[in-house]
Design a protein around this ligand. Structure first.
Ligand SMILES: [Fe+2]
Ligand SMILES: [Fe+2]
Ligand SMILES: [Fe+2]
Length: 314
């Protein structure tokens, strides 16, 4: 198996992890079972780590991390049924990783895939336990089917919150990709920290949407992806400023005080992101200038000896 074929298999694995992350988060946000949600979210975080490891392997092999996603089942069902779907997804992952470990000879890749497989087997067991637990507790499904307020969820508020969900999902992917291709450790870490913060935002907004009986829109908009750290950071700063403006404009429209406080808190985080990215951009530019060859640098004026310095010369 050559390098290109290994990269292709790892890209497929990334697409499966991406599907799992979104499906599990969707279940955690929409099932209305606060007793089960933390355990599901913990598994989603494991899948995010897998996504990250696979991207690192692909970049090491000279390939392109895939941000495509295998299709997610966004249908609503009773909690036990949803947990059953997740058992099924883990079974698919287990079979796929086994096949890929079998097919790939590269020692390091096999080691990472075996480590992931080990997690997936544990996840399957946890989800099987959650099928049981979900069947036992009372199924308070957030909004699904149950006739809530006669008017239904407030449309404009749902529009604002879902615009936020789409933005947050978009920047999670964009910042993760930028961190995967960053050669500088500090830059990679800064971008990853921001992505983790955006995941929190997506979670808070999605829970709010689902809690009001509407459907969180976990789809993303256009991504800016390049290998140039300066261009990437410039795009990241631009998107942060844009969303800060959007949230600020929408705030006065939000009547419910706790929702307004939530969006305001998110908006404030975005202002910090702008500050952090601007700092990182400055660092990257300085590092590039320091590393650029002599002839590219502005040369100091040539030293022309003064008349005085010539006096007394032998
Ligand atoms: Fe898993
Ligand atoms: Fe955010
Ligand atoms: Fe942000």
């Amino acid at each position: 198996m050559d390098r290109a074929q290994i990269i292709a298999l790892l890209q497929r694995d990334m697409e499966g992890e991406h599907q799992a992350i979104i499906q599990y988060l969707y279940h955690a946000y929409t099932m209305g079972r606060e007793d089960l949600a933390p355990e599901i979210e913990a598994i989603a975080r494991d899948e995010m780590r897998h996504f990250d490891w696979l991207a690192d392997l692909i970049v090491e092999l000279g390939g392109e991390p895939s941000l495509k996603r295998d299709p997610v089942d966004f249908s609503r069902a009773a909690p036990a049924e949803q947990m059953g779907k997740d058992v099924g997804l883990e079974e698919t992952a287990i079979a796929q990783y086994r096949a890929h470990i079998e097919a790939i000879e590269d020692e390091h890749v096999r080691l990472v895939l075996s480590r992931i497989l080990h997690d997936e087997q544990a996840h399957k067991g946890i989800f099987e336990g959650l099928v049981e637990a979900a069947g036992q507790g009372e199924a308070v499904e957030a909004g699904a089917g149950a006739p809530s307020a006669p008017a239904g969820p407030p449309a404009r508020l749902m529009e604002i919150l879902n615009q936020g969900v789409r933005h947050e999902y978009t920047v999670i992917l964009q910042y993760l990709y930028h961190s995967f291709v960053a050669e500088d450790m500090e830059l990679a870490e800064g971008l990853q920290n921001a992505a983790i913060n955006e995941m929190q935002h997506m979670g808070w907004l999605s829970e709010e949407v689902a809690g009001k009986g509407a459907q969180p829109d976990m789809s993303h908009t256009e991504l800016f992806l390049s290998r140039d750290p300066v261009q990437n950071l410039e795009a990241d700063i631009a998107v942060e400023r844009e969303v800060t403006k959007a949230y600020s404009t929408q705030l006065p429209e939000i009547e419910e005080e706790d929702v307004r406080a939530l969006v305001e808190r998110i908006r404030d985080h975005e202002i910090f992101h702008d500050g952090e990215f601007s700092y990182l951009l400055k660092e990257v530019r300085e590092a590039q200038e320091a590393a650029s060859p002599e002839e590219d640098k502005p040369q100091p004026p040539p030293e022309i000896p003064s008349v005085g310095s010539l006096l007394g010369k032998p």
